[in-house]
Design a protein around this ligand. Structure first.
Ligand code: ADP
Length: 250
């Protein structure tokens, strides 16, 4: 689904991503691991259009998407989740879902032509979709809670929910488990597996929790010093000498 060829991203003279090449298979939940500073987040940001690559190529379904801005990738179904922005924290969970750009159908002019009735219908459809997403993620009891009051794990579920408002095809998740308790981490894992199996989502997940990676991800790709060191099942990766060395070196 995604092919990354020889990707390089430099900051000043520093090569944060240094010739990374990898493939993400459609329908997979691919794990991206590696010691701190390996270039995982930078790689994510380049693929998702947040950062422009210095050189290299990214294709999606054979189409060159190198350097496309996030909103164009968004329309192709490629999404990178972000923390709920500060200005959204005083809105409710349900309002946060309804605010996802692109979730509305139809053009503005079209809306103006048909007047308020159409807008009301759209809002009803959006509301129904938001409620369906909340139920899927088992956080419907939080729908009227302000997003700013959610725990770290609940916020992650909401971030995942935002991708469901636009029917994403491939979702890049950065550090799902940071500061999230085990129970909620399992809930997030369940949601990812269900989205993968029932809705055909492809996922790429950066995570340090190896239990989580082992439960969800196949294959697992290990990066170090800006490039890909090894790829395989978690068991294969853990037994790989270069990988062991890379982790010991940090
Ligand atoms: P990882 O996600 O694997 O921990 P990152 O992609 O965050 O790694 O970082 C890779 C390297 O690039 C690190 O040494 C980091 O300090 C550096 N880096 C990341 N972003 C920037 C930036 N905006 N400016 C300068 N250096 C950066």
């Amino acid at each position: 689904m995604i092919v990354v060829e020889n990707l390089v991203k430099t900051f000043g003279g520093f090569r944060a991503v240094d010739g990374a090449s990898l493939r993400i298979e459609q329908g997979s939940i691919t794990g991206l691991i590696g010691p701190n500073g390996a270039g995982k987040t930078t790689l994510f940001n380049v693929i998702a259009g947040v950062l422009k690559p210095t050189s290299g190529r990214v294709t999606m379904m054979g189409e060159d998407i190198t350097g496309l801005p996030p909103h164009e990738l968004f329309h192709k179904g490629l999404l990178r989740t972000f923390q709920i922005a500060h200005e959204f924290s005083s809105m409710t969970v349900r309002e946060n879902l309804m605010m996802v750009p692109g979730a509305q159908s139809g053009e503005t002019l079209w809306n103006a032509w048909f007047g308020r009735k159409r807008i009301a219908n759209e809002e009803r459809a959006l509301l129904a979709k938001a409620d369906e997403v909340l139920e899927f993620l088992t956080i419907d009891h939080l729908k009227d809670e302000k997003a700013g009051n959610l725990s770290g794990g609940q916020k992650k579920l909401l971030e995942l929910g935002r991708t469901m408002m636009v029917d994403a095809k491939i979702v890049f998740l950065d550090e799902v488990g940071a500061g999230v308790n085990r129970t909620l981490l399992n809930t997030i894992g369940d949601a990812i597996i269900r989205l993968n199996k029932e809705r055909n989502y492809t996922f790429v997940v950066i995570e340090h929790d190896m239990d989580f990676i082992g439960r969800l991800c196949d294959p697992v790709i290990c990066m170090a010093e800006g490039h890909v060191l090894a790829e395989g099942t978690l068991a294969e990766i853990k037994a790989n000498e270069q990988v062991i060395e890379a982790y010991l070196g940090t």
